[in-house]
Structure formats: structure tokens, C-alpha cells
Ligand binder design. Structure first.
Ligand code: FPP
Length: 240
């Protein structure tokens, strides 16, 4: 695809919201909304790769989402399982796909068979460079910071570093997103004005774009609109 945008965010983070409402509006079960949402997720991954976005991060399941009904949690986990199985094959069979896939979030608490699939997909895709896809699963920003702080304290206790070595960079390097750039643009479909415990440290200077479209209806044209709006904004990073 020829170059489509003059200004393109290097890293886009998306909150896949509105699956439940989409299903309810159609008299369907919430799980049907997640099923369509999972398909849209794959389409948007491919579109981001085509237009040259280098990092895209999706919020698939939060540390708070365990509070949902067992039926809904199981359905989301099954969609995730199916996706991982397909990616395991795809990474092997289609070397051109070029997706480097990583998962952000706590592995503990996740079903063991899913964790081993996640590890496998991460390992097999580690040398791919077309696009970096992050999927936040069992993810919460506060939980991420708690894990990072614990690691840092352990390093201090072991005498590896001292308190004065704690810098913004050191903290960033102890988060799940270690080594990756902060998101330039965060997109939240479905009209909610909240970060919902998503990338709160990393979002310090992100542009935020709220869209009314529900995630299962989300299309590449909606992403184009968000990118066009991003291009118009003047990012000063606290300067003048
Ligand atoms: C938010 O919508 C969506 C979720 C909590 C689940 C998102 C999961 C998927 C799209 C499928 C699995 C993911 C992968 C990576 C294959 P909501 O249910 O909160 O919507 P509502 O606010 O309208 O109720």
C-alpha cells in the first residue's frame, strides 16, 4: 500500500469497548458481541500493518473483567484460545505475516493452557518486524505498577541498584511495555471518557480520541478518522 498519511502515530493503543451494547442493541447475547469484536480486532491489526503503524496495543481483558459472569469470562477466554491457536499456525506457516506479538498483563491467574500458548506465540514471533502487536490480557495499570515496584525493591534488596537509581526510565523498564515507545494516540470507541486502568503511566502525553462507534462496528475508515484528527493536534509535550 502506498503511503496514506503524512503524519502517522508510531504507537496506537485501542480500548476495544462496546461489545456488550452492540449485542444488546441487536437482541443478542453479550458473547456474540465479543465474537464479532475478536474478528474486528484481527482486521484492525492487519490494517495497522498495511498503513505502516509500528506498534498497536489492544485492551482485551482487564484485571477487573473477572467480575463478569462465568459464562462471559469463559467465552472471552475461548475466543482468545482460538486466536492463539490460529496465530501459532500463522507464525509458522506464513513467515510474511511479520507480526511480533506480545502480551501485557499478569500471567498468574490466567488458565495454564492459555499461558503456554501465549509464551509460544511470543517466542515464535520474537524476530518479526513488520508490526508489533501488544494484547493486554489480565492487565491493569495499577497492577502493572505494583509488579514493577516489587521488582525494583527486590533489586535494591539484592544490592543491584540503590534508591537514587530510580528514574522514570528505570520505572518504564519494569513495566510490561518495557523497551517499547509510549502510545502516541489512544482510541476509545463507544463514547466513554475514561482510561479504565489502561496504560496510565505510558499515557502521560498520549493524545486521546473518543469515538461513538461500538467496537464490533469499528472499521479501517474509523481508524483513518482518528489518525487524521491526531495529525491536526499540536503535541507540545509540556513545552510552548
Ligand atoms: C469491552 O466491551 C470488551 C471486552 C471486555 C472484551 C474484549 C474481548 C474481545 C474483543 C475478544 C477476545 C480478544 C482477542 C484478542 C481475541 P464491553 O463488554 O465492556 O462492552 P459494553 O461496555 O458495551 O458492555
Amino acid at each position: 500500500m502506498e503511503k496514506k498519511f503524512e503524519v502517522l502515530p508510531e504507537h496506537i493503543a485501542i480500548i476495544m469497548d462496546g461489545n456488550g451494547r452492540w449485542a444488546k442493541n441487536r437482541g443478542l447475547k453479550r458473547t456474540e458481541g465479543h465474537k464479532v469484536g475478536a474478528k474486528v480486532f484481527e482486521e484492525i491489526c492487519e490494517y495497522c500493518a498495511e498503513i505502516g503503524v509500528k506498534y498497536v496495543t489492544f485492551y482485551a481483558f482487564s484485571t477487573e473483567n473477572w467480575k463478569r459472569s462465568k459464562l462471559e469470562v469463559t467465552a472471552i477466554m475461548n475466543l482468545f484460545r482460538g486466536y492463539l491457536d490460529r496465530m501459532q499456525e500463522r507464525v509458522l506457516e506464513n513467515e510474511q505475516a511479520g507480526y511480533r506479538i506480545r502480551f501485557l498483563g499478569a500471567r498468574e491467574g490466567m488458565p495454564k493452557d492459555i499461558v503456554s500458548r501465549m509464551d509460544d506465540v511470543e517466542r515464535r514471533s520474537a524476530d518479526k518486524t513488520r508490526i508489533n502487536i501488544n494484547i493486554a490480557v489480565n492487565y491493569g495499570s495499577r497492577d502493572e505498577i505494583v509488579h514493577g515496584v516489587r521488582d525494583i525493591v527486590r533489586e535494591i534488596q539484592n544490592g543491584k541498584i540503590s534508591a537514587d537509581d530510580i528514574t522514570e526510565e528505570l520505572i518504564s523498564s519494569h513495566l510490561y511495555t518495557a523497551g517499547q515507545p509510549d502510545p502516541d494516540l489512544i482510541i476509545r470507541p463507544s463514547g466513554e471518557y475514561r482510561l479504565s486502568n489502561y496504560l496510565m503511566w505510558q499515557a502521560a502525553y498520549s493524545e486521546i480520541y473518543i469515538d461513538d462507534v461500538l467496537w464490533p462496528d469499528y472499521t479501517p475508515a474509523d481508524l483513518d478518522r482518528a489518525i487524521a484528527e491526531y495529525a491536526k493536534r499540536n503535541r507540545r509535550f509540556g513545552g510552548v
